[in-house]
Write a protein that binds this ligand. Structure first.
Ligand code: COI
Length: 382
């Protein structure tokens, strides 16, 4: 799709948030990327426009039938001032897998990576540089057809928004408390569990609220049929260090194939540690813990990076993992991954891609107000 990305200049830029108060996903940058799809034109009109509300028909498919997919990746500022993306190719590959499941037309992965790089280059001053901080990138696609029949949309919109973020779970890396949910389920095989789509998260909210009311940070999901086997945590995949092996639930169709999950498995294998992707029953896990064989538990995700788990509650049993402190392996994985992501450690596995800032690349095709009005863009208001 050799189309050029147009740039529509904002009249005014926002004040940047206080770097110490970022949290996760609370602030958004000055610009966003937008592109439309129709059967006649395919994906077309790629543009970088001022960040702001979009206008959709109230009957749009996304509002009624949830036809949506999304991704999450990050841009990092290195000490020597470069900008790195971590494995954007894996995110785009997964986005197309999600599109296939949600009956959304596939994207040109290379073109969307180009769009991400261009947007990040425009917003380079928004990339925070303190330890643990990054610019979170959220590409997503929504069905926009105004029609109430249950059919896939014929028209779509792809947007990319950016948010400067700190740690997902409050300040820096610290062990979180997880509640094993045995009433509600997130996904079943044959459903959309492996796709990154909003419905999976909508289905998780009730249990997430329940876990928070009980004093926990997140929910650990069990399989949707027998409620016996461990699947994933609210916003991350899950790993267990059992004696000298590391176990993680095998991808079975209802678990999200995390990019960080895949990277952690790669690193562990590279270090010669045995990783077993397998069916893990919660009963067996708690037995291992009783026998002092469960040494570390950690979650992995783009937002969460490596998040040590300090407590696990299932029925009336509570496990305190590693004295509620960060395990050695969790810390090593966190340091190695964030080291590669921020350019501090050598990227031996070729996982990072640099965002080059080239003057001509960000062609400032400033569209003045009169020209903008003359253009036919029914779905966009600013
Ligand atoms: C991510 O880790 O990027 C996610 O999308 C998880 C969550 C914030 C929804």
């Amino acid at each position: 799709m050799g189309q050029s990305i147009t740039f529509h200049k904002a009249d005014q830029l926002k004040a940047k948030p206080d770097a110490g108060q970022l949290g996760f996903g609370k602030y958004f940058t000055d610009y966003m990327f937008e592109m439309d799809y129709s059967a006649e034109e395919g994906w077309h009109d790629p543009r970088i426009v001022p960040y702001g509300p979009i206008s959709l028909d109230p009957a749009a498919t996304i509002f009624h039938y949830g036809q949506e997919v999304f991704e999450g990746l990050k841009a990092y500022r290195t000490e020597d001032g470069r900008i790195l993306l971590f494995r954007p190719d894996k995110n785009m590959e997964r986005m197309n897998q999600s599109c296939a499941r949600l009956n959304i037309p596939e994207i040109d992965e290379k073109f969307v990576i180009k769009a991400i790089k261009k947007l990040v280059a425009v917003e380079k001053d928004w990339i925070p540089s303190q330890s643990g901080q990054s610019l979170y990138i959220r590409p997503f696609i929504i069905g926009t057809d105004p029609a109430l029949g249950v059919h896939p949309s014929n028209t779509y919109k792809l947007l990319i928004i950016l948010s400067p973020v700190g740690s997902y779970f409050g300040n820096s890396i610290h062990p979180v408390k997880i509640y094993v949910e045995d009433e509600f389920v997130r996904a079943v095989k044959g459903g959309v569990g492996y796709a990154k789509t909003s419905g999976n998260y909508a289905a998780s909210l009730k249990a997430q609220t329940k876990s928070e009311e009980l004093g926990f940070d997140q929910v650990l999901w069990l399989d949707g049929v027998e409620h016996k086997y461990i699947e994933e945590v609210g916003s991350m995949n899950i790993f267990f260090k059992i004696e000298d092996e590391v176990w993680t639930p095998a991808l079975n169709g209802s678990i999200l194939p995390g990019v960080t999950r895949n990277s952690v498995i790669g690193l562990l294998k590279h270090w010669g540690i045995t990783v077993k992707e397998k069916k893990i029953s919660v009963r067996k896990l708690f037995k291992k813990a009783e026998k002092q064989k469960l040494l570390e538990v950690f979650g992995t995700g783009t937002a969460a990076v490596i998040s040590p788990v300090g407590f696990l509650k299932w029925e009336d049993k509570v496990i305190k993992v590693g004295n509620g402190e960060i395990g050695e392996l969790s810390q090593k994985l966190y340091d190695t991954l964030t080291g590669i992501q921020t350019g501090k450690s050598e990227d031996q596995l070729g996982w990072t891609q640099e965002v080059k800032i080239e003057k001509e690349e960000v062609k400032e095709k400033a569209v003045d107000k009169a020209e903008e009005k003359a253009e036919k863009k029914p779905a966009v208001t600013e």
